[in-house]
Design a protein around this ligand. Structure first.
Ligand SMILES: Cc1ncc(C[n+]2csc(CCOP(=O)(O)OP(=O)(O)O)c2C)c(N)n1
Ligand SMILES: [Mg+2]
Length: 891
């Protein structure tokens, strides 16, 4: 008979149970908790061998992980710190309320920081180090919606002015403005990490901590005990990005990483886990993932109640309540807590008979008690070999009272009336003049006040103010183009792909003594696909603990070599994780003072469409580096089909302002782009990055033509091959692997139809469009001046003829330049779902092959009245196209 859960857990011999428990207590008392922990581990191992189900729970009782007797006293001046914190609270709330009073619906958040203030202030006063010696110190990933609190602290520190606070969310009309959330792009001296798209901060921070170790192990930065502190919302943990990479941190023993989850039990709409416990759930997840978990649930007021409770009824009641109940206890006040929480059991009620309702309402949660927070942080920074997470129990909208404390509306509360503001001031013992409240004024303190002296002294001791972003000057000189001489010479008649061409360029960079160490190749389990496996042995795969086994292929030259100082980040199958590494590396110039040059090579389909928001955050972070979309193209990647064939990454990449996207056809084009990219990003310190599609089709790469086409390659197009059949009547644009289809079309047009065509290589429609838009804007705003011509038209000259543009991407890619070529452009592209087929069939299906280019050219010429329409129609058939076939975009 199967037993029920209750039957299995019933205590059949209470006497025996208590003897075991007493024995345990005795061990703890006499020999300490470590010994007890050892014994428990031994018992569990033995039990498993005896066939007892002893897997154990991943969760612990609903109590603080750190018992009172292990606490250290608070080292700071509690009274001064509280006063500073109260002022910061006030100014943060005032900033939002003011903004919305004078500009309704401009937005902002009060309640996130209200729940975070103690967690934040204890950190700023005692833990967060801005620098360690001459090294950058800790890195702070802060909850984006708590930004008013961080602005408010910076104001008190004298880093922001009252004008800044008044101009919160007025970035355009007032100066100096203050951006809503952490954006290095908008406030490059202040914010380091854009965190407000939830999940991105936690994920990036894990890889940041790992990248610090990588740089230390490669001896690029000195080893320090700097920490990465990541503040995470409890609602934010629902994002797969937040929890998806936890095991990276534990596997690599990242004890330089500390997560603080602000468990205010609420998200935007309501409770995070109304019917359960988010803290217990997260404890299980983090512990299961191998993290050191520190639960910070109850404030010091509860210690006395726990001490007086001899029956365990307090814990029992706590464990009965779900988060929805806990929310009520804060939202509904002390009388409610007495009635609904304590009255459930007479002995529990008796515990608080000497307490007023007011006192019950104020029984603090752990995240609001500086002593408890200090101890949790201390334990986290001292913990070794594992990352730590602090699950801090807090109250959303703490101190707002009726205006929002624990209420479901609190996340969006941004309008406090006078009464509510008065309540807030009183709640934190701010003795404010009525005028300050009525006019919602900001509070500052005289520089010589004891609070200000204290605040400054604390930050001085911890190395300066934070957050702050101050990139060191980069001392990199770009290599000369000659470095890539091999690539400039082409493939010498052999067939090669742009992927192998790129790998050769990367290898050339890795040979440069002054540059090589800065290169960071990042690959999500696809190196063999890209022909990069030879780099494994040459450069080593980063493995923080070295290679602990003999690789199966150790007897071959290109064996799978892992090393503690390995240079390659072989990420496994995680484009999101790889992007996070790319971000850590691409911002290292600013955040760590070392100009790392990352190359992230991945399967192009799983880039922009999969991790687009991370790429957006990379741009916001002013990241630098190269993204290489491997095996790109809807028809070039043969055989794989719909979920692999990328025909739209260039559309998506075009949305990112600091990203220059290229679809190169030849090795020399890649060399020019990479060389100039390094020059612009690292020598000229421009905040930009690059995306190149690279493909696996093999063809001959010509040497770089004599004439100076560098500018054309970089700006987006250059003439590759003039018509050999008299003056051109039609212009053909080809890109990437479709370029040769255009060359073939040129030949067919000449040989079979007697029509001359010029062929241009278009490396970047996106860059052409940007340049044209910029010129057009100038012309629009200077109607009285001679209009300027965009590069596109300058390069093309006066061409009065149809242009057929073919690429392996959607038609909208060439269409980007259509406004400047009115009536002239026909775009051929790969709109629609891919298929598993070979290139020939795919290109015919999507109508981007040479025959399709020829028919498009004849068709356009017929419409222009320059070719016989019937002959054009006949050509469609002759060339094997079916004019009545369904549109591939719809199939
Ligand atoms: C990816 C993403 N989805 C949605 C939002 C909108 N949003 C902003 S704050 C918030 C609730 C946050 O709750 P929680 O993480 O618990 O933080 P708290 O404010 O409670 O500390 C939501 C849904 C966002 N910023 N990012
Ligand atoms: Mg929350």
């Amino acid at each position: 008979m199967l037993k029920t859960k209750e039957e299995r857990l019933a205590d059949l011999n209470p006497q025996e149970t208590s003897e075991w428990l007493e024995a345990l207590e005795q061990v703890v008392e006499e020999e300490g908790p470590d010994r007890a922990s050892y014994l428990l581990q031994q018992l569990r191992d033995r039990a498993v061998r005896l066939g007892v189900n002893a897997v154990g729970k991943l969760t612990t009782p609903y109590l603080n992980t750190i018992p009172v007797q292990e606490q250290v006293p608070y080292p700071g001046d509690r009274a001064l710190e509280r006063r500073i914190k109260s002022i910061i609270r006030w100014n943060a709330a005032a900033m939002v309320v003011r903004a919305n009073k004078y500009d309704p619906n401009i937005g902002g958040h009060i309640s996130t920081f209200a729940s975070l203030a103690t967690l934040s202030e204890v950190g700023f006063n005692h833990f967060f180090r801005a620098s360690i010696g001459d090294q950058p110190g800790d890195l702070l990933y802060l909850q984006g919606h708590a930004s008013p609190g961080f602005y408010s602290r910076a104001f008190l520190e004298g880093r922001l002015t009252e004008e800044h606070l008044k101009n919160f969310r007025h970035e355009l009309r007032d100066h100096p403005g203050l951006s809503s959330y952490p954006h290095p792009w908008l406030m490059p001296d202040f914010w380091q990490f854009p965190t407000v798209s939830m999940g991105i901060g936690p994920l990036n921070s894990i890889y940041q901590a790992r990248f610090l170790r990588y740089l230390e192990n490669r001896e690029i930065i000195p080893r320090t005990d700097r920490k990465v502190w990541t503040f995470v919302g409890d609602g934010e943990t629902d994002e797969v990005d937040t929890l998806g990479a936890l095991t990276v941190a534990s596997r690599e023993g990242l004890d330089n990483l500390i997560f603080v989850v602000n468990c205010n039990l609420q998200r935007l709409d309501g409770p995070v886990r109304g019917n359960g416990s988010i803290i217990q759930e997260l404890e299980g997840v983090f512990r299961g993932a191998g993290w050191n978990v520190i639960k910070l649930l109850w404030g010091s007021d509860w210690d006395e109640l726990f001490a007086r409770d001899t029956t365990g009824v307090l814990l029992k009641r706590m464990e009965e309540c779900v988060d929805g109940d806990y929310q009520n206890f804060k939202a509904r006040g002390g009388a409610y807590v007495r009635k609904e929480f304590f009255s459930k059991y007479p002995e529990l009620l008796a515990l608080v008979e000497d307490k007023s309702d007011e006192q019950l309402a104020r029984l603090a949660r752990g995240g609001h008690d500086p002593v408890k927070v200090f101890n949790a942080y201390k334990r986290a920074i001292e913990h070794r070999d594992q990352p730590s997470v602090i699950l801090a129990h807090t109250v959303k909208g703490y101190g707002l009272g009726e205006a929002g404390e624990g209420k479901n509306i609190t996340h969006q509360q941004k309008k406090l009336n006078e009464e509510e503001l008065e309540y807030l001031a009183k709640r934190f013992d701010l003795n404010l003049q009525p005028e300050v409240v009525q006019k919602i004024q900001f509070i500052s303190l005289p520089p010589e006040s004891s609070e200000m002296k204290y605040l400054r002294a604390r930050r001085e001791e911890l190395g300066g103010y934070m957050p702050s972003r101050h990139p060191k000057k980069i001392e990199i000189k770009a290599p000369s183009l000659e470095t890539f001489a091999e690539s400039l010479h082409g493939s010498r008649g052999r067939d090669a792909s742009t992927t192998t061409a790129f790998v050769a360029i990367l290898k050339a960079l890795l040979k440069l003594p002054e540059l090589s160490k800065y290169i960071v190749p990042i690959i999500p389990d696809e190196a063999r696909t890209f022909g990069m496996e030879s780099m494994f042995r040459e450069r080593g795969i980063y493995a923080p603990h070295g290679q602990r086994y003999k690789p199966v292929d150790s007897d071959v030259l290109m064996y799978y070599k892992e090393a503690q100082n390995g240079q390659i980040l072989e990420e496994g199958i995680t484009e999101a994780g790889s992007m996070a590494s790319f971000t850590a590396a691409g911002t290292a110039y600013a955040n760590l003072g070392v100009p790392m040059i990352p190359f992230f090579i991945y399967y192009s389909m799983f880039g922009f469409q999969r991790v687009g928001d991370l790429i957006w955050a990379f741009a916001d972070s002013r990241g630098k580096g190269f993204m290489l979309g491997g095996t790109a193209g809807r028809t070039t990647l043969l055989g794989e089909g719909l979920q692999h064939q990328d025909g739209h990454s260039l559309v998506l990449s075009s949305t990112i302002p600091t990203l220059a996207s290229y679809d190169p056809a030849f090795a020399y084009e890649i060399a020019v782009i990479v060389q100039d990219g390094i020059r612009r990003m690292y020598e000229l310190a421009e905040d930009r990055f690059y995306y190149l599609t690279i493909c696996n089709e093999n063809y001959v790469h010509p040497p770089m033509p004599e004439q100076d086409i560098k500018e054309g390659i970089l700006k987006g197009l250059y003439r590759y091959k003039r018509s050999e059949k008299g003056p051109a009547q039609v212009t053909l644009f080809g890109s990437g692997p479709i370029f040769y289809e255009a060359v073939k079309a040129q030949q067919i047009l000449a040989e079979q139809y007697g029509i001359g065509a010029d062929v241009w290589s278009v490396t970047s429609y996106n860059q052409l469009r940007r340049d044209a838009l910029e010129t057009e804007r100038w012309n629009r705003l200077h109607p009285a001046e001679k209009p300027k011509a965009p590069y596109l038209l300058e390069a093309l000259g006066q061409i009065d003829m149809p242009i057929i543009a073919a690429s392996d991407y959607m038609k909208i890619v060439p269409d980007q330049i259509a406004p400047w070529l009115p009536g002239r452009l026909t775009s051929l592209g790969t709109d629609g779902f891919g298929r598993s087929e070979n290139r020939e069939h795919l290109r015919r299906f999507f109508e981007v092959d040479a025959a399709s280019i020829v028919t498009a050219a004849l068709s356009a010429l017929a419409r222009w009245g320059r070719f016989d329409a019937q002959k054009a129609q006949q050509a469609v058939r002759d060339l094997g196209l079916n004019p009545e076939s369904p549109d591939p975009a719809k199939r």
